[in-house]
Ligand binder design. Sequence first.
Ligand SMILES: Nc1ncnc2c1ncn2[C@@H]1O[C@H](COP(=O)(O)OP(=O)(O)OP(=O)(O)O)[C@@H](O)[C@H]1O
Ligand SMILES: [Mg+2]
Length: 506
Amino acid sequence: MASIWRSGLLSSRSDVKVNAAQYCNDRERCYVIPADVISPSGWKREKAIHMNKDPAAGYCFGISKDWTSLQRFRRLSTSVINQPKYKKAFRLNVARFQAIATPYPLTKQRVYTFGKGGSEGNKNMKYLLGGKGANLAEMSSIGLSVPPGLTITTETCQEYFENGNIFPDGLWEEVLDALKTVEETMQASLGDPAKPLLVSVRSGAAISMPGMMDTVLNLGLNDDVVKGLSSRSGERFAYDSYRRFLDMFGGVVMGIPHALFEQELENLKAARGLTLDTELTTEDLKELVSKYKEIYQRATGKAFPHDPKDQLRLSIVAVFESWNSPRAIKYRNINQIAGLKGTAVNVQAMVFGNMGNDSGTGVLFTRNPSTGEKKLYGEFLINAQGEDVVAGIRTPEEIDLMKQRLPDAYNELVENCQILEKHYKDMMDIEFTVQGNRLWMLQCRSGKRTGTGAVKIAVDLVKEGLISTPTAVNMVEPRHLDQLLHPQVSTSTTLNLLKESKFIIL
Ligand SMILES: Nc1ncnc2c1ncn2[C@@H]1O[C@H](COP(=O)(O)OP(=O)(O)OP(=O)(O)O)[C@@H](O)[C@H]1O
Ligand SMILES: [Mg+2]
């Protein structure tokens, strides 16, 4: 296949780190050499080595050109980098050399589908599909249950901004085309009351920016679809989803303050003498839905968009725009993230953790991120949707309790964690939902960890035969060692002090 390795961003050393994060898996080390060192006569080795002398510059450089020169580059660079004199110059562990060379079609594809057995993307395409999109594609490909969906590329987001914040020509048709594939897989359609498909619209950049950009859940509901959903899945559930959607769409897409919706909810609970949302009746939820629509009309001067395709288009734009929200910009500044193209947008079939007591949602690390202990570490909430955990509306339970509440889904989850660790050769951070006892994987990424955690995990992964010693050394970052070299208060001491209230944390 004709392919191109893009590295237009690589104009300075400070771009190197960004390239690393865009083009590589979190824990892979790769050397990418600037395009201009590939000449028809071969690779100008010295120049490449010269550029790479400074280990502080990061571990990645960029290369372009076609697939053949990329293969040649791989061969040449592996042999050069492995020479002892250069190993010293790099001062980095070069045993695991990887020039990531993802074939990349010359005609730009803006939308990639994912789903069991048929993903167009893979984990090495973070720079294009964002971390979330690339890993959703990968999890589907290796056979895990992932609700199907589509990913609009980060380059399309850039194109959107270059186009004066207007949907690029042809994009909508590509989205609808990919949506058809999702509808066929799900045997349901967006906006069809008889067989309603609901979707989430999720952001996801090449570098993880946790919670910094926007997500809309339960998209596809309107006054007709909610009736269809009621007869299939129960009226209470349908109207609960509808009021959640109105709140989220109003807030995320139209910028209506969440407090306006929240106030209406509190008023209703007060009028009924209730304390919990879950105590509201179906009739209460219906009333809330019409109140929410009024809030929408008052705040925007327009009626709530009933056509799910309009809802989808508006939400995609909102996710693109969230790339430049003040909090996302601030996060990139603080974390020195520069040079990215934008966010990818994932449109994914919804699964429901709020369908009753055989459903739920959770997040976990495959090992304890503070201590590195090999034991699932996370939280789980019965009969809830993802945002309930994040929003702190209810207090989640420890993941262990899921074993008793939903044993089948728990066993599959444990198995999936093992599969993912073996596949990614790393400790993973996972989001999942159980709908009617069936487990669905919604996200995975390499888990953030402390210094102690990093060292223990790296050593254990070597013992388990998953990685080599040089890779383990590379997994421990300078900041991890920095943390370890500082005096620390032991956890048990901290707990005792807290118990005795000897100090106040400000
Ligand atoms: N198709 C879906 N079905 C069910 N739940 C979903 C779906 N898509 C997203 N969610 C849940 O909605 C919540 C928010 O989604 P998302 O992962 O996109 O954003 P986030 O977790 O807030 O931020 P980040 O970008 O760091 O992942 C998560 O708990 C996620 O699991
Ligand atoms: Mg998430």
